[in-house]
Write a protein that binds this ligand. Structure first.
Ligand SMILES: NC(=O)c1ccc[n+]([C@@H]2O[C@H](COP(=O)([O-])OP(=O)(O)OC[C@H]3O[C@@H](n4cnc5c(N)ncnc54)[C@H](OP(=O)(O)O)[C@@H]3O)[C@@H](O)[C@H]2O)c1
Length: 248
């Protein structure tokens, strides 16, 4: 049996296990399993590797996407530039296990963003709400697409603040990406505090949150005529690319 899985903490609402269970059943893959490994501290990672010799690949989620890096033998250039790993490939050479880190969040975001941009006018510039781990992959993709962006933050730093948006939004930005957890179930009445009245049909609102599928952030954008997308496609594409990496 080949074992794949997810490390993070806590893992009560993880998407990946159900995704791979469904994939294995649909494709008749009977030699593989996908398990959750909720480890309370990343220092337990080597012990996990020793205790499960059938491990062939891992996904990594909050809070270990950065903390996993020192435990890896190699990191692919995209993950290195982003500074975060969400996929670990296991290669076995002369009895030794070689661990290589990848970031498939970037691929998932790029592919799902391109889908919603099809047939639309070119992006002017983007606002990225939040400056946590996921925002790094979003920023990396936008940079590589040649799209100018600014972060919006609640913290004391050099980024835009939410109060600045009344004067910043008009005429300049037409993509707003929510990388904060605001609006995630069960706190579905929350949303980022942006001036929604300034939005119109030229805007695209992308929410990395996928539960619920229509967050308050997206609802408010839709009411102003904006095109909207949630993070479900991003999750699906990142999972599929992880599978390809593990099996390449
Ligand atoms: N769809 C996907 O494939 C996918 C992939 C990765 C992550 N995600 C989702 O993306 C979200 C963010 O993940 P993450 O790993 O980046 O989380 P994170 O590291 O906890 O960062 C979230 C950032 O959001 C901002 N924030 C947090 N609470 C806030 C609040 N109450 N009001 C305003 N801003 C707040 C903070 O930025 P400032 O301090 O700068 O304000 C924080 O750094 C999560 O909901 C996660 O599930 C989805």
């Amino acid at each position: 049996m080949k074992t794949y899985g997810l490390i993070g903490y806590p893992l009560s609402h993880s998407f990946s296990r159900e995704f791979f269970k469904t994939k294995f059943a649909a494709e008749g893959i009977t030699d593989s399993e996908y398990r959750n490994f909720p480890i309370e501290d990343i220092s337990a990672f080597p012990e996990l590797l020793n205790s499960i010799p059938s491990l062939c690949g891992l996904n990594v989620t909050i809070p270990y996407k950065e903390k996993i890096i020192p435990y890896l033998d190699n990191t692919d250039p995209t993950a290195r530039e982003i500074g975060a790993v969400n996929t670990v490939k296991f290669s076995r050479e002369e009895g030794k296990v070689i661990l290589t880190g990848y970031n498939t969040d970037a691929y998932g975001f790029k592919k799902s963003l391109e889908e919603i941009l099809t047939g639309r006018k070119k992006l002017n510039a983007a606002l990225i709400l939040g400056t946590g781990g996921a925002s790094k992959a979003v920023a990396w993709v936008l940079k590589n697409m040649g799209v100018e962006y600014r972060f919006v933050s609640t913290s004391q730093n050099s980024h835009l603040r939410y109060d600045d948006l009344n004067k910043e939004i008009p005429g300049k930005y037409n993509l707003i990406v929510n990388t904060t957890p605001l609006g995630t179930f069960p706190a579905v009445d929350n949303c980022p505090e942006i001036p929604y009245h300034l939005l119109d049909s030229s805007f695209v609102l992308y929410d990395l949150v996928y539960n619920p599928p229509l967050t308050l952030f997206l609802q408010k954008g839709m009411e102003r005529g904006a095109a909207v997308a949630n993070g479900l496609k991003m999750l699906q594409y990142q999972a599929l690319q992880s599978w390809e990496i593990w099996n390449s």
